[in-house]
Design a protein around this ligand. Structure first.
Ligand SMILES: [Zn+2]
Length: 493
Protein backbone atom coordinates (compact mmCIF):
# COMPACT_ATOMS: atom_id res chain seq x y z
CA UNK A 1 0.00 0.00 0.00
CA UNK A 2 2.73 2.40 1.08
CA UNK A 3 4.88 1.23 -1.78
CA UNK A 4 2.17 1.91 -4.39
CA UNK A 5 1.56 5.31 -2.82
CA UNK A 6 5.26 6.06 -3.30
CA UNK A 7 5.04 4.96 -6.92
CA UNK A 8 2.00 7.18 -7.41
CA UNK A 9 3.93 10.07 -5.87
CA UNK A 10 6.94 9.36 -8.04
CA UNK A 11 4.78 9.28 -11.17
CA UNK A 12 3.05 12.49 -10.14
CA UNK A 13 6.43 14.12 -9.48
CA UNK A 14 7.85 12.98 -12.82
CA UNK A 15 4.73 14.11 -14.62
CA UNK A 16 4.76 17.59 -13.11
CA UNK A 17 8.51 17.87 -13.72
CA UNK A 18 7.93 17.07 -17.38
CA UNK A 19 5.14 19.62 -17.61
CA UNK A 20 7.34 22.24 -15.96
CA UNK A 21 10.22 21.45 -18.25
CA UNK A 22 7.94 21.78 -21.30
CA UNK A 23 6.64 25.20 -20.37
CA UNK A 24 10.11 26.28 -19.22
CA UNK A 25 11.57 25.82 -22.67
CA UNK A 26 8.71 27.59 -24.44
CA UNK A 27 9.38 30.89 -26.19
CA UNK A 28 6.50 33.38 -26.05
CA UNK A 29 6.22 36.90 -27.44
CA UNK A 30 3.40 39.31 -26.64
CA UNK A 31 2.85 42.37 -28.82
CA UNK A 32 0.68 45.00 -27.11
CA UNK A 33 -0.77 47.74 -29.28
CA UNK A 34 -2.17 50.97 -27.88
CA UNK A 35 -2.90 52.94 -31.05
CA UNK A 36 -2.39 56.38 -29.51
CA UNK A 37 1.15 55.58 -28.33
CA UNK A 38 2.58 55.12 -31.84
CA UNK A 39 4.58 52.23 -30.45
CA UNK A 40 4.42 48.47 -30.10
CA UNK A 41 5.09 47.25 -26.53
CA UNK A 42 6.71 43.86 -26.67
CA UNK A 43 7.53 41.31 -24.01
CA UNK A 44 9.18 37.98 -24.64
CA UNK A 45 9.96 35.05 -22.36
CA UNK A 46 12.60 32.62 -23.54
CA UNK A 47 15.40 30.29 -22.55
CA UNK A 48 18.62 31.74 -23.92
CA UNK A 49 20.75 29.76 -26.36
CA UNK A 50 23.66 32.18 -25.91
CA UNK A 51 24.35 35.73 -24.69
CA UNK A 52 23.51 37.53 -27.97
CA UNK A 53 20.29 39.28 -28.94
CA UNK A 54 19.77 40.43 -32.51
CA UNK A 55 17.31 41.84 -35.02
CA UNK A 56 16.86 40.50 -38.57
CA UNK A 57 20.06 40.72 -40.61
CA UNK A 58 18.21 41.97 -43.73
CA UNK A 59 16.90 45.47 -44.46
CA UNK A 60 17.01 48.96 -42.88
CA UNK A 61 20.61 49.31 -44.07
CA UNK A 62 20.32 53.10 -44.08
CA UNK A 63 20.75 53.06 -40.27
CA UNK A 64 23.98 51.87 -38.59
CA UNK A 65 21.85 49.98 -36.04
CA UNK A 66 19.43 48.89 -38.81
CA UNK A 67 15.99 47.85 -37.41
CA UNK A 68 17.29 48.47 -33.89
CA UNK A 69 17.18 52.22 -34.66
CA UNK A 70 13.46 51.97 -33.79
CA UNK A 71 13.82 49.85 -30.65
CA UNK A 72 13.54 51.65 -27.32
CA UNK A 73 14.05 50.65 -23.66
CA UNK A 74 15.30 47.12 -24.23
CA UNK A 75 15.45 45.43 -20.83
CA UNK A 76 16.26 41.89 -19.80
CA UNK A 77 15.27 40.39 -16.46
CA UNK A 78 15.93 37.03 -14.86
CA UNK A 79 13.15 34.83 -13.50
CA UNK A 80 13.84 36.41 -10.09
CA UNK A 81 12.76 39.78 -11.56
CA UNK A 82 16.28 41.22 -11.29
CA UNK A 83 17.49 43.26 -14.22
CA UNK A 84 20.36 41.78 -16.26
CA UNK A 85 22.83 44.25 -17.85
CA UNK A 86 22.59 44.59 -21.63
CA UNK A 87 25.20 46.29 -23.81
CA UNK A 88 24.15 47.64 -27.18
CA UNK A 89 26.72 46.88 -29.90
CA UNK A 90 25.15 49.58 -32.09
CA UNK A 91 24.85 47.26 -35.11
CA UNK A 92 21.51 45.64 -34.36
CA UNK A 93 22.97 43.21 -31.82
CA UNK A 94 23.20 43.26 -28.04
CA UNK A 95 25.29 41.34 -25.50
CA UNK A 96 23.61 40.34 -22.28
CA UNK A 97 25.24 39.37 -19.00
CA UNK A 98 23.60 35.94 -19.02
CA UNK A 99 24.35 32.59 -20.58
CA UNK A 100 22.78 29.83 -22.62
CA UNK A 101 20.15 27.94 -20.60
CA UNK A 102 19.10 31.01 -18.56
CA UNK A 103 15.40 31.76 -18.60
CA UNK A 104 14.81 35.50 -19.18
CA UNK A 105 12.12 38.10 -19.83
CA UNK A 106 12.70 40.70 -22.52
CA UNK A 107 10.77 43.93 -22.77
CA UNK A 108 11.08 46.73 -25.30
CA UNK A 109 9.09 49.18 -27.41
CA UNK A 110 9.16 49.66 -31.16
CA UNK A 111 8.65 53.27 -32.23
CA UNK A 112 6.47 53.23 -35.34
CA UNK A 113 7.82 56.33 -37.08
CA UNK A 114 9.43 54.43 -39.97
CA UNK A 115 7.57 56.64 -42.44
CA UNK A 116 9.57 59.69 -41.38
CA UNK A 117 12.61 58.12 -43.00
CA UNK A 118 13.62 57.23 -46.55
CA UNK A 119 13.31 53.58 -47.54
CA UNK A 120 14.95 52.66 -50.85
CA UNK A 121 12.50 49.81 -51.35
CA UNK A 122 9.47 51.67 -49.93
CA UNK A 123 7.53 51.79 -46.65
CA UNK A 124 5.69 48.62 -47.74
CA UNK A 125 8.68 46.64 -46.46
CA UNK A 126 8.86 48.35 -43.04
CA UNK A 127 6.01 49.57 -40.77
CA UNK A 128 3.32 52.23 -40.93
CA UNK A 129 0.39 53.55 -38.90
CA UNK A 130 -3.00 54.38 -40.41
CA UNK A 131 -6.34 55.48 -38.91
CA UNK A 132 -7.65 51.94 -39.35
CA UNK A 133 -4.65 50.08 -38.02
CA UNK A 134 -0.98 49.24 -37.99
CA UNK A 135 1.24 47.35 -40.42
CA UNK A 136 4.62 45.91 -39.56
CA UNK A 137 7.02 43.35 -40.94
CA UNK A 138 8.52 40.90 -38.46
CA UNK A 139 11.99 42.34 -39.16
CA UNK A 140 10.85 45.63 -37.65
CA UNK A 141 9.73 44.23 -34.29
CA UNK A 142 11.46 40.91 -33.54
CA UNK A 143 14.41 40.95 -31.14
CA UNK A 144 15.67 37.38 -31.25
CA UNK A 145 18.17 34.98 -29.70
CA UNK A 146 19.71 31.72 -30.92
CA UNK A 147 19.41 29.62 -34.05
CA UNK A 148 17.35 26.64 -32.98
CA UNK A 149 14.22 28.17 -31.52
CA UNK A 150 11.05 26.35 -32.66
CA UNK A 151 7.27 26.70 -32.20
CA UNK A 152 7.23 30.20 -30.78
CA UNK A 153 3.97 31.51 -29.26
CA UNK A 154 3.03 34.96 -30.49
CA UNK A 155 0.12 36.81 -28.96
CA UNK A 156 -1.31 40.23 -29.81
CA UNK A 157 -3.15 42.44 -27.34
CA UNK A 158 -5.11 45.08 -29.20
CA UNK A 159 -8.18 47.28 -28.70
CA UNK A 160 -11.33 45.08 -28.56
CA UNK A 161 -12.69 46.15 -31.94
CA UNK A 162 -9.43 45.21 -33.71
CA UNK A 163 -8.38 41.98 -35.35
CA UNK A 164 -4.95 40.77 -36.40
CA UNK A 165 -4.14 39.34 -39.84
CA UNK A 166 -0.78 37.66 -39.43
CA UNK A 167 1.34 35.57 -41.74
CA UNK A 168 1.88 32.83 -39.12
CA UNK A 169 -0.19 29.76 -38.22
CA UNK A 170 -3.36 31.30 -36.81
CA UNK A 171 -4.84 29.94 -33.57
CA UNK A 172 -7.57 32.57 -33.44
CA UNK A 173 -8.14 35.67 -31.29
CA UNK A 174 -4.78 37.24 -32.07
CA UNK A 175 -2.75 34.18 -31.17
CA UNK A 176 -0.27 32.55 -33.56
CA UNK A 177 2.28 29.74 -33.67
CA UNK A 178 5.54 30.80 -35.32
CA UNK A 179 7.72 28.02 -36.77
CA UNK A 180 11.14 29.52 -35.90
CA UNK A 181 13.13 32.79 -35.81
CA UNK A 182 13.10 33.02 -39.59
CA UNK A 183 9.31 32.72 -39.63
CA UNK A 184 9.21 35.38 -36.89
CA UNK A 185 11.25 37.95 -38.81
CA UNK A 186 10.35 37.12 -42.45
CA UNK A 187 6.73 37.88 -41.81
CA UNK A 188 4.16 40.64 -41.57
CA UNK A 189 0.91 41.55 -39.85
CA UNK A 190 -1.87 44.08 -40.13
CA UNK A 191 -3.72 44.83 -36.89
CA UNK A 192 -6.77 47.05 -36.93
CA UNK A 193 -10.25 47.52 -38.30
CA UNK A 194 -9.43 46.34 -41.80
CA UNK A 195 -11.22 43.79 -44.00
CA UNK A 196 -10.00 40.26 -44.37
CA UNK A 197 -10.82 37.64 -47.01
CA UNK A 198 -9.12 34.48 -48.18
CA UNK A 199 -8.88 32.39 -51.31
CA UNK A 200 -8.17 28.70 -50.78
CA UNK A 201 -6.99 26.01 -53.19
CA UNK A 202 -6.03 22.47 -52.14
CA UNK A 203 -5.01 23.40 -48.60
CA UNK A 204 -3.19 26.57 -49.69
CA UNK A 205 -4.52 29.93 -48.49
CA UNK A 206 -4.05 33.39 -49.92
CA UNK A 207 -5.16 35.68 -47.08
CA UNK A 208 -5.88 39.32 -47.90
CA UNK A 209 -5.89 42.14 -45.35
CA UNK A 210 -7.13 45.28 -47.02
CA UNK A 211 -7.99 48.64 -45.53
CA UNK A 212 -8.40 52.32 -46.10
CA UNK A 213 -10.36 54.57 -48.41
CA UNK A 214 -10.17 53.59 -52.05
CA UNK A 215 -8.98 50.06 -51.19
CA UNK A 216 -11.85 48.44 -49.21
CA UNK A 217 -14.19 49.32 -52.07
CA UNK A 218 -12.10 47.04 -54.30
CA UNK A 219 -12.67 43.91 -52.19
CA UNK A 220 -14.69 41.92 -54.72
CA UNK A 221 -12.54 43.02 -57.64
CA UNK A 222 -9.31 42.11 -55.82
CA UNK A 223 -10.72 38.80 -54.68
CA UNK A 224 -11.85 37.83 -58.19
CA UNK A 225 -8.56 38.91 -59.72
CA UNK A 226 -6.50 37.02 -57.14
CA UNK A 227 -8.53 33.83 -57.64
CA UNK A 228 -8.12 33.94 -61.41
CA UNK A 229 -4.40 34.75 -61.27
CA UNK A 230 -3.86 31.90 -58.80
CA UNK A 231 -5.75 29.45 -61.03
CA UNK A 232 -3.71 30.54 -64.04
CA UNK A 233 -0.41 29.91 -62.22
CA UNK A 234 -1.51 26.57 -60.77
CA UNK A 235 -2.64 25.36 -64.19
CA UNK A 236 0.48 26.65 -65.95
CA UNK A 237 2.94 25.13 -63.46
CA UNK A 238 0.93 21.98 -62.79
CA UNK A 239 0.59 22.57 -59.06
CA UNK A 240 0.90 24.76 -56.00
CA UNK A 241 4.21 26.42 -55.05
CA UNK A 242 6.65 23.81 -53.77
CA UNK A 243 9.68 25.34 -52.00
CA UNK A 244 12.63 23.40 -50.54
CA UNK A 245 12.01 21.11 -47.53
CA UNK A 246 11.82 23.07 -44.27
CA UNK A 247 10.46 26.19 -45.97
CA UNK A 248 7.02 24.87 -46.89
CA UNK A 249 4.10 27.21 -46.43
CA UNK A 250 0.35 26.86 -46.41
CA UNK A 251 -0.52 30.52 -46.19
CA UNK A 252 0.48 33.70 -47.97
CA UNK A 253 -0.61 37.02 -46.47
CA UNK A 254 -1.27 39.92 -48.83
CA UNK A 255 -1.64 43.34 -47.19
CA UNK A 256 -3.03 46.15 -49.35
CA UNK A 257 -3.17 49.75 -48.12
CA UNK A 258 -3.59 53.07 -49.92
CA UNK A 259 -0.63 55.39 -50.46
CA UNK A 260 0.68 58.16 -52.66
CA UNK A 261 2.54 55.93 -55.10
CA UNK A 262 1.99 52.31 -56.01
CA UNK A 263 4.63 49.92 -54.69
CA UNK A 264 5.06 46.35 -53.52
CA UNK A 265 7.43 44.19 -51.53
CA UNK A 266 7.78 40.53 -50.67
CA UNK A 267 8.91 39.63 -47.16
CA UNK A 268 9.41 35.91 -46.75
CA UNK A 269 6.49 34.47 -48.71
CA UNK A 270 4.21 37.40 -47.96
CA UNK A 271 3.24 40.38 -50.06
CA UNK A 272 2.77 44.00 -49.06
CA UNK A 273 1.21 46.34 -51.61
CA UNK A 274 0.73 50.10 -51.42
CA UNK A 275 -1.97 51.21 -53.82
CA UNK A 276 -2.24 54.64 -55.38
CA UNK A 277 -5.97 55.32 -55.08
CA UNK A 278 -5.96 58.67 -56.87
CA UNK A 279 -7.86 57.04 -59.74
CA UNK A 280 -4.86 57.08 -62.05
CA UNK A 281 -5.46 54.07 -64.34
CA UNK A 282 -1.71 53.44 -64.70
CA UNK A 283 -1.40 53.30 -60.89
CA UNK A 284 -4.29 50.83 -60.65
CA UNK A 285 -2.74 48.66 -63.37
CA UNK A 286 0.69 48.73 -61.72
CA UNK A 287 -0.75 47.62 -58.37
CA UNK A 288 -2.35 44.57 -60.03
CA UNK A 289 0.90 43.95 -61.83
CA UNK A 290 2.90 44.09 -58.58
CA UNK A 291 0.56 41.67 -56.84
CA UNK A 292 0.64 39.17 -59.74
CA UNK A 293 4.43 39.53 -60.10
CA UNK A 294 5.17 38.93 -56.42
CA UNK A 295 2.69 36.07 -56.33
CA UNK A 296 4.44 34.26 -59.23
CA UNK A 297 7.72 34.41 -57.27
CA UNK A 298 6.28 31.66 -55.05
CA UNK A 299 6.91 29.45 -58.08
CA UNK A 300 9.70 31.25 -59.97
CA UNK A 301 12.05 32.30 -57.17
CA UNK A 302 10.87 30.31 -54.14
CA UNK A 303 10.24 26.89 -55.73
CA UNK A 304 12.69 27.25 -58.63
CA UNK A 305 15.79 28.94 -57.26
CA UNK A 306 18.81 30.17 -59.25
CA UNK A 307 22.24 29.17 -58.01
CA UNK A 308 23.64 32.62 -58.73
CA UNK A 309 22.48 36.23 -58.99
CA UNK A 310 23.47 36.15 -62.69
CA UNK A 311 20.10 34.48 -63.43
CA UNK A 312 18.16 37.32 -61.81
CA UNK A 313 16.94 38.22 -65.33
CA UNK A 314 15.10 34.88 -65.46
CA UNK A 315 13.69 35.28 -61.95
CA UNK A 316 12.47 38.87 -62.44
CA UNK A 317 12.11 39.31 -66.20
CA UNK A 318 10.47 35.98 -66.97
CA UNK A 319 8.23 36.50 -63.95
CA UNK A 320 7.11 39.75 -65.61
CA UNK A 321 6.23 37.84 -68.77
CA UNK A 322 4.02 35.40 -66.84
CA UNK A 323 2.56 38.29 -64.85
CA UNK A 324 1.34 39.82 -68.12
CA UNK A 325 -0.07 36.45 -69.22
CA UNK A 326 -1.82 35.94 -65.86
CA UNK A 327 -3.43 39.38 -65.93
CA UNK A 328 -4.53 38.73 -69.52
CA UNK A 329 -6.01 35.38 -68.48
CA UNK A 330 -7.79 37.11 -65.58
CA UNK A 331 -9.29 39.65 -67.97
CA UNK A 332 -7.51 42.45 -66.11
CA UNK A 333 -5.39 43.75 -68.98
CA UNK A 334 -6.63 44.52 -72.52
CA UNK A 335 -4.24 43.58 -75.33
CA UNK A 336 -3.66 47.21 -76.26
CA UNK A 337 -2.58 47.85 -72.67
CA UNK A 338 -0.04 45.00 -72.93
CA UNK A 339 1.64 46.66 -75.89
CA UNK A 340 1.45 50.01 -74.06
CA UNK A 341 3.09 48.47 -70.97
CA UNK A 342 5.86 46.84 -73.03
CA UNK A 343 6.90 50.35 -74.06
CA UNK A 344 5.75 52.65 -71.23
CA UNK A 345 6.72 50.50 -68.28
CA UNK A 346 9.52 48.32 -69.65
CA UNK A 347 11.17 49.61 -72.81
CA UNK A 348 11.45 53.15 -71.44
CA UNK A 349 13.03 51.97 -68.20
CA UNK A 350 15.29 49.56 -70.12
CA UNK A 351 16.50 51.90 -72.87
CA UNK A 352 17.02 54.77 -70.43
CA UNK A 353 18.92 52.62 -67.93
CA UNK A 354 22.51 53.79 -67.42
CA UNK A 355 23.71 50.28 -68.16
CA UNK A 356 21.79 49.94 -71.45
CA UNK A 357 24.15 48.83 -74.21
CA UNK A 358 27.13 49.22 -71.86
CA UNK A 359 26.79 46.65 -69.14
CA UNK A 360 25.55 43.08 -68.98
CA UNK A 361 22.37 42.32 -66.98
CA UNK A 362 24.23 40.08 -64.48
CA UNK A 363 26.73 42.90 -63.86
CA UNK A 364 23.94 45.04 -62.35
CA UNK A 365 21.89 42.30 -60.67
CA UNK A 366 23.42 42.36 -57.16
CA UNK A 367 22.50 44.33 -54.06
CA UNK A 368 21.51 47.99 -54.45
CA UNK A 369 22.30 47.85 -58.19
CA UNK A 370 19.16 45.76 -58.59
CA UNK A 371 16.96 48.74 -57.64
CA UNK A 372 19.08 51.21 -59.60
CA UNK A 373 19.03 49.09 -62.74
CA UNK A 374 15.41 47.99 -62.57
CA UNK A 375 15.11 48.63 -66.32
CA UNK A 376 17.92 46.24 -67.20
CA UNK A 377 16.80 43.31 -65.03
CA UNK A 378 13.01 43.64 -65.09
CA UNK A 379 12.72 45.16 -68.59
CA UNK A 380 15.74 43.60 -70.33
CA UNK A 381 15.01 40.29 -68.61
CA UNK A 382 11.38 40.38 -69.78
CA UNK A 383 12.50 41.06 -73.36
CA UNK A 384 15.06 38.24 -73.22
CA UNK A 385 12.26 35.96 -72.01
CA UNK A 386 9.95 37.03 -74.83
CA UNK A 387 12.72 36.58 -77.44
CA UNK A 388 13.52 33.07 -76.21
CA UNK A 389 9.80 32.22 -76.26
CA UNK A 390 9.46 33.43 -79.87
CA UNK A 391 12.53 31.40 -80.84
CA UNK A 392 11.11 28.23 -79.29
CA UNK A 393 7.66 28.77 -80.82
CA UNK A 394 9.19 29.42 -84.27
CA UNK A 395 11.37 26.30 -84.01
CA UNK A 396 8.47 24.06 -83.03
CA UNK A 397 5.60 25.41 -85.10
CA UNK A 398 4.16 26.97 -81.91
CA UNK A 399 3.91 23.54 -80.22
CA UNK A 400 6.62 24.24 -77.65
CA UNK A 401 7.28 27.44 -75.71
CA UNK A 402 9.05 29.02 -72.75
CA UNK A 403 6.31 27.34 -70.67
CA UNK A 404 8.13 24.04 -71.26
CA UNK A 405 11.33 25.49 -69.80
CA UNK A 406 9.78 26.92 -66.64
CA UNK A 407 7.48 23.96 -66.08
CA UNK A 408 10.43 21.60 -66.66
CA UNK A 409 12.51 23.46 -64.06
CA UNK A 410 9.58 23.33 -61.63
CA UNK A 411 9.14 19.60 -62.20
CA UNK A 412 12.86 18.88 -61.65
CA UNK A 413 13.76 21.40 -58.93
CA UNK A 414 10.65 22.28 -56.87
CA UNK A 415 10.45 20.71 -53.43
CA UNK A 416 14.20 19.95 -53.38
CA UNK A 417 17.30 21.71 -52.04
CA UNK A 418 18.76 21.86 -55.56
CA UNK A 419 19.28 25.19 -57.33
CA UNK A 420 19.56 25.55 -61.09
CA UNK A 421 22.79 26.78 -62.67
CA UNK A 422 23.31 29.16 -65.58
CA UNK A 423 24.52 26.25 -67.74
CA UNK A 424 21.46 24.19 -66.89
CA UNK A 425 19.10 27.06 -67.76
CA UNK A 426 20.86 27.90 -71.02
CA UNK A 427 20.96 24.22 -72.03
CA UNK A 428 17.23 23.90 -71.45
CA UNK A 429 16.54 27.06 -73.51
CA UNK A 430 18.86 25.93 -76.34
CA UNK A 431 17.46 22.39 -76.35
CA UNK A 432 14.14 23.78 -77.56
CA UNK A 433 15.57 26.17 -80.17
CA UNK A 434 18.94 26.48 -81.87
CA UNK A 435 18.35 30.24 -82.11
CA UNK A 436 18.58 30.38 -78.32
CA UNK A 437 22.17 29.11 -78.62
CA UNK A 438 24.42 32.17 -78.46
CA UNK A 439 21.50 34.57 -77.96
CA UNK A 440 21.95 34.87 -74.21
CA UNK A 441 25.74 35.16 -74.33
CA UNK A 442 25.28 38.15 -76.61
CA UNK A 443 22.28 39.99 -75.13
CA UNK A 444 22.06 38.94 -71.48
CA UNK A 445 25.57 37.86 -70.50
CA UNK A 446 26.89 40.29 -73.14
CA UNK A 447 26.16 44.03 -73.19
CA UNK A 448 24.26 44.31 -76.48
CA UNK A 449 20.64 45.51 -76.12
CA UNK A 450 18.02 42.76 -76.44
CA UNK A 451 16.56 43.14 -79.99
CA UNK A 452 12.98 43.15 -78.74
CA UNK A 453 11.45 44.87 -81.79
CA UNK A 454 13.04 42.21 -84.02
CA UNK A 455 11.77 39.36 -81.78
CA UNK A 456 8.21 40.75 -81.76
CA UNK A 457 8.37 41.17 -85.54
CA UNK A 458 9.53 37.55 -85.83
CA UNK A 459 6.39 36.57 -83.93
CA UNK A 460 4.29 38.37 -86.53
CA UNK A 461 3.64 41.70 -84.84
CA UNK A 462 4.21 45.10 -86.34
CA UNK A 463 6.99 46.25 -84.00
CA UNK A 464 9.66 48.92 -84.28
CA UNK A 465 11.64 51.37 -82.19
CA UNK A 466 10.99 54.92 -83.35
CA UNK A 467 12.13 58.08 -81.56
CA UNK A 468 13.07 55.98 -78.56
CA UNK A 469 9.61 54.39 -78.33
CA UNK A 470 8.84 50.70 -78.77
CA UNK A 471 5.77 50.74 -81.01
CA UNK A 472 3.86 47.46 -81.15
CA UNK A 473 0.61 46.57 -82.86
CA UNK A 474 -1.04 43.72 -84.72
CA UNK A 475 -0.50 43.65 -88.49
CA UNK A 476 -3.55 44.22 -90.65
CA UNK A 477 -2.53 41.24 -92.83
CA UNK A 478 -1.70 38.90 -89.94
CA UNK A 479 -1.60 35.26 -91.03
CA UNK A 480 -3.48 32.52 -89.18
CA UNK A 481 -0.16 31.11 -87.90
CA UNK A 482 0.96 34.53 -86.68
CA UNK A 483 -2.39 35.10 -84.97
CA UNK A 484 -2.12 31.75 -83.25
CA UNK A 485 1.37 32.50 -81.98
CA UNK A 486 0.59 36.03 -80.76
CA UNK A 487 -2.60 34.82 -79.07
CA UNK A 488 -0.56 32.15 -77.30
CA UNK A 489 2.04 34.71 -76.18
CA UNK A 490 -0.22 37.59 -75.13
CA UNK A 491 -3.67 36.10 -75.49
CA UNK A 492 -6.49 36.72 -73.09
CA UNK A 493 -9.69 34.88 -72.23
ZN1 LIG B 1 10.32 40.30 -58.40
Amino acid sequence: MIKSLWIAFAILFLFSATVCFGSDSQTAYTVRIEPASGELSITARMTLEDDRLFIAPIGANQFPARWAAFILDLKVKGTDGKEIPVSDNGDGTWKIAAKGGDRVDLSYNVKLDHEKHEWSSGIDGAAYVRDWGIFSVGRAFAVMNGEDRKDIDLKFETPKSWKVSGSWKDNGVGSFTVADNNDLSESMFFAGQHREFSIKREGFELLFAIGGPGVVEQESELSQLAGKVMDYYIELMGGLPNPPPGTRFEKVLVVVSPGKTTDGEVIGNHISVILDTSGDPMGAMISRFIFAHEFFHLWNGKSIIPESVSEEWFKEGVTNYYTIKALRAAGALPEGAVFGVLNGLFYQRYSNDEGFGKKTIPAVSSGDDKHKHWGMIYGGGLFAGICSDVAIRKSSGNRRSLDDVIVGLFRDYAGTDKEYSKTELLNRLAALSDSNRGFFEKYVYGAEPVPIAQCLSDAGLDAKVENGQLMVKRKADESAAEKKMIDAMFGGQ
